[in-house]
Design a protein around this ligand. Structure first.
Ligand SMILES: [Zn+2]
Length: 486
């Protein structure tokens, strides 16, 4: 995928098609306006060639040269014309398709030149868009998964074999919990950007939380970049640290993975994944407050913020991008997903559903009124969503998860499905943790897996390492039957 060969092949194909059209048009018009010599040549007759040469000779006889310079010029023209007439006739006699190839080659060269000029002149050019369209058209399922080496490994070893991947639990809320335990009164959250600067204020605790999840059995940790895009950082007064924030968040998660791999040794031949988080969390809003209180920038600014963050996540080495807190699909979700897909990494869309009533009625609805089934149907069409490798439900109450997963299947989504709900409640400005019985959460996990073929399970806010450890063991036991290398 996306190799120069694919691109050149596509271009050559376009060139040949164009040449064939020209040739056809030429035949349709019988090439009536062309010279007698050319018309004669198209009849592929050696006799015609002789007549044409004779006509030329007659023309020269009727208009004899006067003076030595004119004589020389006339001789040169005659020689040149004869030469071309001979070559053309020889070519046509050899193979008619050779002319088509010459046409195609010419058009191909012209198109390549055009693309080069466009790319040099604008950077973001028409040719780039054409490349993009060609690449999207030629993408296959396996190619999308293989864009990230580690994602592809998990896809091949676990998902394709029917296994279930254990995700981590809540990160921002866990950093907050640990920080408060270590130092009472340490809130570890920003009033306007929630976890946006935990990478700066509590890097060791954050790295430790990732490591704890990996030690508990998680095979994928989500970097704490949930709130580090430019518009949230700006709302919290940290716009100047935007680039640094996303890079640092992924780096800390990768350091935790490295530490875990060093601990686990060579027995663990399946490295855990580090996902980058991008969220539809509104700027200027404390975590858990009313969604409508957010101060959204103009859509163009919001889009740039997502695109920038997606590029930074890729640069930092994220294996996959999770678009989180998709509670408004039409205005914000689509924008974030398209922006994330533009960098080429696999994308997981994590929807958030608050409306218990709609779940009870079997038609879970997002905050913007979009039915989850409809959103899943739109994504199932595949058109323009080639990089989307999984749909998930997160930051949603446990009892609502199963109806949501079922709705996505009802909408036609046949790909990977995931669930990492929250537990507890938000009481300004902190998450209030509530006990979660092991049997209860594992009952839920069994239902998701058995009834909807859910293949990624974990937790969000309020679900910590203790619960992930139970989920990890459940997955490990389940996967022994399903995965080849577990
Ligand atoms: Zn959450």
């Amino acid at each position: 995928m996306k190799t120069p060969y694919v691109r050149l092949g596509a271009l050559a194909y376009c060139g040949i098609l164009a040449a064939a059209s020209i040739q056809q048009a030429c035949v349709d018009e019988s090439c009536a306006s062309h010279s007698n010599v050319k018309s004669a040549s198209l009849l592929q007759s050696s006799e015609a060639k002789t007549h044409a040469q004779k006509d030329l000779a007659d023309t020269k006889t009727l208009n004899p040269p006067v003076g030595s310079t004119k004589e020389l010029k006339s001789q040169t023209e005659g020689t040149t014309e004869n030469f071309f007439n001979t070559v053309e006739a020889d070519l046509l006699q050899a193979q008619p398709w050779m002319l088509e190839m010459i046409f195609a080659f010419g058009i191909l060269l012209a198109f390549l030149g055009f693309c080069l000029i466009q790319t040099t002149a604008t950077g973001n050019s028409l040719s780039g868009k054409i490349w993009g369209a060609v690449e999207q058209m030629t993408a296959t399922d396996a190619e999308v998964h293989s864009k990230s080496k580690r994602w592809h490994q998990q896809y091949s070893e676990c998902f394709k074999a029917g296994g279930v991947l254990c995700l981590d639990g809540g990160t921002g809320s866990e950093v907050e919990r640990v920080a408060t335990q270590l130092k009472p009164g340490d809130e570890a959250v920003n009033a306007a950007g929630w976890s946006c600067v935990q990478w700066k204020t509590h890097p060791d605790i954050l790295r430790g939380v990732h490591l704890k999840y990996l030690q508990s059995g998680a095979k994928l940790v989500i970097a704490n970049s949930y709130a580090t895009n430019r518009h949230i950082m700006k709302g919290a007064g940290y716009e100047h640290l935007t680039r640094q924030a996303t890079l640092a968040a992924v780096r800390l998660a990768r350091e935790a993975r490295d530490a875990h791999m060093a601990e686990a040794g060579p027995s663990d031949d399946s490295p855990s994944l580090v996902a980058g988080s991008m969220s539809c969390h509104p700027p200027g809003m404390a975590h858990g407050a009313n969604m409508n209180d957010g101060q959204w920038p103009e859509p163009a600014v919001e889009k740039k913020g997502y695109e920038e963050q997606a590029r930074l996540l890729k640069e930092a080495g994220a294996d996959v991008i999770f678009i989180e807190m998709v509670w408004d699909w039409k205005k914000h979700g689509v924008l974030a997903v398209k922006s994330a897909a533009s960098v080429g990494l696999p994308v997981v869309i994590s929807f958030t559903v608050f409306d218990a009533k709609s779940c009870d009625e079997g038609m879970p609805q997002l905050h913007d009124g979009t039915f989850l089934e409809d959103a899943a149907g739109e994504l199932s069409s595949g058109e323009g969503w080639e990089n989307v490798v999984a749909l998930a439900i997160h930051h949603t109450k446990l009892p609502l998860v199963l109806p949501c997963l079922k709705a996505m299947r009802a909408g036609g989504w046949k790909g990977l499905l995931g669930a990492y709900p929250d537990h507890g409640t938000f009481e300004m400005p902190h998450w209030r943790f509530e006990p979660l019985e092991a049997d209860k959460i594992l009952d839920y996990v069994s239902q998701w897996v058995e009834q909807t073929n859910c293949q990624m399970v974990g937790g969000c806010c309020g679900i910590g390492p203790e619960t992930i450890e139970k989920m990890g063991k459940w997955c490990s036991s389940y996967n022994k039957k399903k995965c080849q290398r577990r």
